[in-house]
Design a protein around this ligand. Structure first.
Ligand SMILES: Nc1ncnc2c1ncn2[C@@H]1O[C@H](COP(=O)(O)OP(=O)(O)OP(=O)(O)O)[C@@H](O)[C@H]1O
Length: 261
């Protein structure tokens, strides 16, 4: 018997209320522990796809299966024990302390551990995300980058087996960006994230889903999908690869746009 993929998307379709197609014919299979970067031009349908995969929006057609179970048959409680999501629309109560905000992530798994174990795990996550020193600050007092790290820490506190992130490096400076993506890549959980910065993808992702105008233009390993030809076809910019100290360093020539998106 062949091993079943951990996350399976089968012919996903989604429509706006006025009937416009927002997503069509999206199918892929991802193994456990893979890090999938979803990339594509603005308006391609990346957030729509992420929302369907995590169950935030109901599918018009198709199915999403996680660990063999259809998302349609999972209760909200079962989903919360499996999936954590950091969207672009996180508006926490500014009066909450950072520590209390991150602890909200532990609610779905509260019964799994003792209060002491939860407190210990919370401190570990605050350290891991370099937020320990800020734990008593109120959410309203944090900078944009600190708040973004807090959202990710809250998601980690949920101890998910599948983590969905919509542009996780938003507001982060280059050093914090690198540290956050390394952290996410080393978690050992399956991750699906929208990434705008193409040059980050080879450093942290194992797989790429390229999107354009409501559908996938490529799905596969980074080496298979992130090629100069496909990037030019999808984004209309030149994707260059430099060799430096035994590594391939990608770059975008954004002044050489070739097609409109
Ligand atoms: N509820 C909705 N009703 C109508 N149109 C929608 C709705 N949600 C999204 N759209 C449209 O669907 C398209 C895809 O939106 P989506 O947010 O998925 O794109 P995206 O690839 O995430 O874009 P960006 O990179 O700009 O965040 C856009 O043209 C958007 O205007």
């Amino acid at each position: 018997m062949t091993k079943q993929s951990f996350l399976i998307a089968e012919n996903l379709e989604y429509y706006a209320l006025n009937g416009d197609i927002l997503l069509q014919g999206v199918s892929f299979a991802l193994d456990e522990g893979a890090i999938l970067a979803i990339a594509g031009p603005n308006g391609a349908g990346k957030t729509t796809l992420l929302n369907l995969l995590c169950g935030a929006e109901a599918l018009a057609l198709g199915d999403v299966r996680m660990n063999g179970q259809s998302l349609k048959h999972l209760s909200a409680k079962e989903r919360a024990r499996m999936i954590a999501v950091v969207s672009q629309q996180e508006f926490p109560d500014g009066r909450l302390s950072l520590r209390d905000y991150v602890a909200l992530g532990q609610i779905p798994i509260r019964a799994d551990r003792s209060a002491e174990d939860h407190a210990r795990e919370l401190n570990r996550i605050l350290d891991l995300t370099h937020l320990g020193m800020l734990a008593d600050k109120r959410m309203a007092q944090l900078s944009g980058g600190e708040r973004q790290r807090a959202h990710i820490a809250r998601a980690l506190a949920q101890n998910p087996s599948l983590l969905f992130l919509d542009e996780p490096t938003n507001h982060l400076d280059p050093d914090a960006k690198g540290r956050m993506l390394s952290l996410v890549a080393d978690l050992g959980v399956t991750v699906v994230m929208i990434v705008h910065d193409l040059v980050m993808i080879p450093e942290f992702a194992t797989h790429v889903a390229l999107m354009k105008s409501t559908h996938l233009t490529g799905f596969g390993t980074v080496a298979e999908v992130l090629t100069p030809e496909r990037v030019r076809e999808t984004f209309g910019v030149d994707y260059l690869c430099f060799h430096h100290e035994g590594r391939v360093i990608p770059a975008l020539d954004i002044r050489r746009t070739t097609v409109s998106t």
